[in-house]
Design a protein around this ligand. Structure first.
Ligand code: IMP
Length: 433
């Protein structure tokens, strides 16, 4: 049963898009299971660069079935514009399938996202403003609209009849007005229904049949472990389970369906939005990581906060996701830093803590305990040379850095990525999946 999951080990932006695209070469299906247009997966193919938000990364490859699972929240306008972008590059959406059970991000969810953020004031989460939280909240409150509903006018009208007045009241309490009247919203949703009708189906049946038939299925994670609604830095998190647990509910597959889990880990740490970040740097090194690493959000363009690699976070991710191997990204960005720090534990109120704390107030008092390693010259690891010569040609200190991560996490490194391109990759896996 050749299945594989690609999961972010940190706060998202680890390079999952590139790794998923790389691994998708061998895949029959690429399945997204959670999140929405808050994600930003950048994929470079030759001179083309794709910034995907909703479409699974497999969509760039021919003959790969790309599935948007039931666990996603779908902004139909965003999906329409991504499909237009795809067509402009000469590709088709023929291989796309969308779950009839996925919830729809309605125009008022974006509005409410902004209003709720403003109401939180200085305690804001720093959301992407894409309506993700309000949409998931409605899903759980049983006040959502699902993709399948867009195909049934009578039922959709009934749903809006119940839901819309509640939303109007809620919006009023936040001092805003819903932009669209109920009847106009119905028309818009029916148009989307017509547009996406060819792709909407029961994707759980499709994915399980594929697994049963021995097809290669890749589950593509969005965001990262530390943004997980249960195990991230709550409340500074997104509103879905970004850990591998989200695959079962978000794709409609049993736990046994996930055989291997690749934890994508950036060689340092970044996060966008608010919330504690123990290894954050406010100095020249932080600026180096931001500038050399191009650390600006794909979705919002916001500068990402940068810091040293945090192994407390990585070990938390390894345990929660059942990571079987790691894909290390952006090692090249560390070049020319004379020494490198790696956080191995936290000092909280004078105690050494090696597991990521659940309490945000304890976490905000945590100080990093570092081990220091020697750096390497950027000139010694130009990606073209490295990819040609392989692992043995890596600078000695880079290999020591990688060994340190393997030993500290207990997980082997299967892939090393040095740039956005497919070819800028060293594959250390003994066998392909
Ligand atoms: P939301 O998902 O828009 O509700 O935002 C909640 C938090 O998750 C904010 O701190 C966002 O910046 C962060 N976030 C959401 N999606 C991503 C992502 O794909 N990469 C990095 N951060 C994200």
């Amino acid at each position: 049963m050749p299945t594989l999951a690609v999961i972010g080990s940190q706060w998202g932006d680890e390079g999952k898009g590139k790794i998923t695209d790389y691994l998708a070469e061998d895949a029959d299906l690429v399945v997204r299971c959670q999140g929405g247009a808050n994600a930003g997966h950048t994929i470079k193919v030759g001179n083309e660069v794709f910034a995907l938000h909703l479409l699974p990364s497999g969509i760039i490859r021919e003959n790969v079935l790309s599935v948007i699972g039931n666990g996603l929240v779908i902004d139909c306008e965003e999906l329409r514009s991504e499909l237009d972008m795809l067509r402009r590059t000469g590709r088709t959406a023929d291989m796309l399938r969308i779950s009839d059970r996925a919830n729809v991000v309605l125009p008022y969810h974006r509005l409410l996202d902004g209003a709720e953020e403003r109401a939180r004031g200085a305690k804001g989460v720093g959301t992407t403003g894409r309506g993700i939280g309000p949409c998931y909240a409605d899903k759980v409150a049983r006040a959502g609209i699902r993709m399948g509903d867009l195909l049934d006018e009578v039922y959709l009208w009934e749903r809006l009849d119940t839901i819309y007045p509640q939303k109007e009241k809620f919006a009023q309490s936040l001092g805003i007005r819903l932009e669209q009247e109920k009847a106009s919203l119905l028309r818009t949703l029916l148009e989307y229904g017509n547009l996406f009708r060819p792709y909407i189906t029961d994707t759980s049946v499709l994915v399980n049949d594929a697994i049963r038939d021995g097809k290669k299925v890749l589950f593509e994670g969005a965001q990262g472990t530390m943004l997980d609604i249960d195990y991230g830095t709550y409340p500074y998190v997104t509103s879905s389970n970004c850990t591998s647990s989200g695959i079962c509910t978000g794709a409609g597959v049993p736990p046994s369906a996930v055989q291997e889990v690749v934890g994508v880990t950036k060689a340092y740490t970044t996060r966008v939005g608010a919330g504690p970040f123990v290894t954050e740097l406010h100095d020249a090194v932080g600026l180096h990581l931001q500038n050399v690493g191009g650390e600006f959000g794909t979705t919002t363009g916001r500068p990402r906060r940068c810091g040293w690699l945090d192994m407390v976070v990585v070990r938390h991710a390894v345990r929660l996701n059942g990571v079987t191997s790691m894909a290390m990204t952006k090692l090249d960005v560390l070049g020319d830093l004379p020494s490198l720090k790696v956080c191995v534990a936290y000092d909280i109120d004078g105690q050494v803590v090696s597991e990521f704390p659940g309490s945000i107030s304890r976490l905000s008092r945590a100080k990093p305990i570092y081990e220091e390693l020697d750096g390497w010259a950027a000139a010694s690891c130009r990606s073209a040379d490295i990819v040609r010569k392989g692992y043995a040609a890596l600078p000695k200190n880079m290999r020591k850095y990688l060994d340190f991560i393997t030993t500290n996490s207990g997980v082997p490194i299967g892939i090393i990525s040095f740039g956005k391109g497919r070819e800028e990759t060293i594959d250390l896996r003994r066998r392909k999946w």
